[in-house]
Write a protein that binds this ligand. Sequence first.
Ligand code: NIG
Ligand code: FE
Length: 440
Amino acid sequence: MPATLLEVQPKQPKPRKQKGLLLANIGQVLTLASASAPTGPRRSAALRELRIIHDAAVLCLGGKIVSVGPTKDALRDPWIRKNRRKITEIDCSRKVVIPGFVDSHTHPVFVAPRLVDFEKRIEGASYEQIAAAGGGIRSSLEGVRKAAKTVLAAKVRTVLEDMAAYGTTTVEAKSGYGLTLESELKSLEAIRTAAANWPGTVVPTLLGAHVVPKEFQDCSQKYVEFVCKDMIPSAARRRLARFVDVFCDRGAFTPEQTEQIFEAARQNGLSVRAHMGQLSETRLAPFLRFHPASFDHMDHVHDDDIGPLVKSDTVATLVPGANYFLGWKDYPNARRLIDSGVAVALATDYNPGTSPTISMPMAMSLACTHMKMSPTEALAAATINGAWALGVADRKGSIEPGKDADLAVFDVQDYREIPYWFGSNHCAMTILNGVLAAPD
Ligand code: NIG
Ligand code: FE
């Protein structure tokens, strides 16, 4: 990881002043603890190891997890017995506790939903027909360019709160609906402002290469040069982004342009990730020398790229919400990826065009019903592998002593109910860096 590691951690309350938290009487706690010293994202059979403790308790102090184990052990612990009155104790009444979801792919900085596109698609127009008729990503640009930063920040903040109400504690947030220097920096600043006093963790990404804006319509290479020479250095200098993302696909950016953008990111100390294979197949192996944290969508993957992916730590982040909302019959072939040993994560891809959902339980449900992932695999993909996809697995994605106190309490008896009850929210409470948030 580069020296410019950047994410927006909460400013308030100061972790040391936080009161301790004891979650007791948990029916099932899914620790996702690793069997051995973690060496990389979970693959194949390791994706099915949830390490469940029944009748459990979790102690959190100073925003960190201190211990996790059977409730009866916690209640006998001398430190807990001595300090019981100083800590907040929560009786979880046999509910299920999981690591907070890590939503590793979202586009929250936009102004309005795209209802015309929604209707056109229902009438039969394709993604590319809608874009050619002036809809799609380009139709969200004007709103963001004109919006005040405070307005964008307020929208992002609302989304972060809604996500937390569904159990998400860490969010990757991309710019990408401004596509001028000013509006991309404004979008990243809005993310920073929104995240600053939200108790969860936000990882910002510059997606200046989302699509070629109208002003550069006939000279996309000039736009790429602008992204490389102006946008990336400016965002890096201001420490506004940790990652650079590219939409590498038909109608967006070519593999050659993506390489140039990755190279510029590297020169500016930023890590890379990319939208790959959503509409068409792009060969992936040549990009692995940039150590991308993640390739996202992955509807189309060439057979010969599977082997190199298995050997890399690049995560394949699947976003079935986009396939669902676009009304596609086909979904990414998760079984082929998982069974071959590719590391797979799940994310919402929250955005106004293809996936207007903030719900990680919904992404899990779609993964189970349409991609044949088991509830166990979906849970690990939505937590620990999301953390790997963001380079934060040392602190996020599992319930282990020393990690950040990011937990979600679900009002169910069995974790498999999380993807089972699709469309309704069973998250009763979320703990973000040790701070408790309950849905209204
Ligand atoms: O991940 N594929 C590119 N970007 C988004 C779509 C964004 C939009 O349509 O506004 C995605 O699906
Ligand atoms: Fe996306």
